[in-house]
Design a protein around this ligand. Structure first.
Ligand code: ADP
Ligand code: MG
Length: 407
């Protein structure tokens, strides 16, 4: 183990009194934008034996008093179920996990953000395929969250080897998590391979990292993409007439109100409505990101999108979808999409073409297999530029491609 990591682990042991009696740090397993995650052995895992009786009396969640006096506090354990079948869950209640993931949240994160993450995790306890929160500690400005350790492999190690059936199983697990998160009107906002821990051996996965998640419809201003058909028609007609009037190019004194929208997420996985700064974002933005994961697997290219900023991201998406559909997508959110970039054609390319290109099958004339065609049909439903037409997680589980996993 690297001496810096060793030093950080030593320091973590001092975070709060009794840490070393509770946990034995094993190794660092992840370093993200907002936290460092360690694998540890839970030395007192029996202490949760009566967690279920305990929970009945303590079913009210007490938010962390982050701004109050410095003292370490323990939040009650709630749920340790993190496996797919009910039978497993029952077993799991008796035989508690021995290994935990300790997420040390950077002290520079805002207290609201940390509280939001812990509260959402608490709301999502018991959700299928979502990694639950066991407990959390705070000592002055340092918060650590304790999660059951979930064995998983690095996405880059297995995504090129997946068969169509493997892909279906992987995505069914991801969409099961999304369906339960979305049914609670929560948007994850950061769906990507490193936030979906998957074990190819057991073919089980769990969704982690609710650091950017939010409740749907909070702080949203109405966006045009939710207007009814007649209003939209009238508005588009007016906009079209206005666009034919003489224009001086980009307005010098732009009097239009500037647009502000939540753009949190990871580049390459942001949905078009996020890039168009839609003010009324829905759970459908997670579906787009899940679609990008599927496109990555089918094309065997990671990362598939590699833009440095939102404008580049828009160009990449436009290259696939073409100017015509991008213009329509922009109009949904009251945006004009104009470009003179020669590689962005009028009609773009089909996903089938893109996958054949990126897997070097164009010259050989080899086509997609029937399974791949079904996957592409599903991909088209996930990566629909119009969020209102995009498939929901619930519908996705009924789709023939995800049904394949059950066979
Ligand atoms: P961040 O907000 O810093 O991205 P995450 O919650 O995504 O934090 O965790 C970062 C990494 O730590 C993950 O990509 C994963 O490799 C590892 N990790 C997180 N939670 C667990 C867990 N419960 N079991 C095993 N590994 C985990
Ligand atoms: Mg993460």
């Amino acid at each position: 183990v690297d001496s810096n990591i060793q030093y950080d682990m030593e320091k973590l042991g001092d975070t709060f009194p009794g840490f070393r009696q509770k946990y034995r740090l094993i190794k660092r397993i992840g370093e993200g934008t907002f936290s460092t995650v360690y694998k540890a052995e839970d030395l007192q895992y029996d202490r949760y034996e009566n967690a279920w009786d305990f929970e009945k009396e303590n079913d009210k969640w007490t938010p962390l008093p982050l701004k109050s006096a410095a003292s370490s506090m323990t939040l009650n354990n709630d749920s340790q179920e993190y496996v797919n079948t009910q039978k497993h869950q029952q077993l799991q209640r008796r035989r508690k996990p021995k290994f935990v993931a300790i997420k040390k949240i950077y002290v520079t994160s805002s207290p609201n953000r940390i509280l939001n993450e812990l509260e959402l995790l608490h709301d999502l306890r018991g959700c299928l395929s979502v990694c639950p929160l066991i407990t959390a500690f705070r000592e002055t400005d340092q918060v650590v969250a304790i999660l059951p350790y979930f064995r998983h492999a690095d996405f880059r190690e297995y995504f090129r080897k997946m068969t169509v059936h493997d892909i279906s199983v992987y995505l069914r697990s991801l969409f099961t998590a999304l369906a339960s998160v979305h049914s609670r009107n929560i948007l994850h906002r950061d769906i990507k391979p490193t936030n979906f821990l998957y074990d190819p051996e057991t073919q089980r996965g769990v969704l982690v990292d609710f650091g950017l998640a939010e409740r749907e419809g909070i702080d949203c201003k109405p966006c045009l993409c939710h207007e009814d058909a007649l209003t939209r028609k009238t508005r588009l007609r007016a906009a079209h007439a206005a666009s034919r009037a003489p224009s001086d190019g980009y307005p010098k004194q732009d009097t239009r109100p500037s647009r502000r929208a939540n753009r949190a997420g990871t580049r390459g996985f942001r949905a078009p409505e996020v890039l168009f700064k839609c003010t009324e974002q829905t759970t459908k933005l997670d579906i787009w990101s899940a679609g990008v994961i599927l496109l990555t697997i089918l094309s065997r290219r990671f990362p598939f999108f590699n833009s440095a900023d939102d404008v580049e991201a828009m160009i990449e998406i436009a290259t696939i979808f073409g100017q015509k559909r991008m213009r329509q997508a922009g109009q949904l959110h009251g945006c004009m999409f104009e470009t003179t970039i020669p590689t962005i054609g009028t009609f773009g390319f089909s996903f089938e073409r893109i996958i054949l290109w990126s897997t070097c099958r164009v010259d050989s004339g080899e086509g997609l297999s029937d399974g791949e065609k079904l996957a592409v049909e599903f991909l088209t439903r996930c990566m629909d530029l119009d969020p209102s037409r995009r498939i929901s997680a619930e519908e996705a589980l009924e789709h023939e491609f995800l049904q394949m996993a059950l066979q």
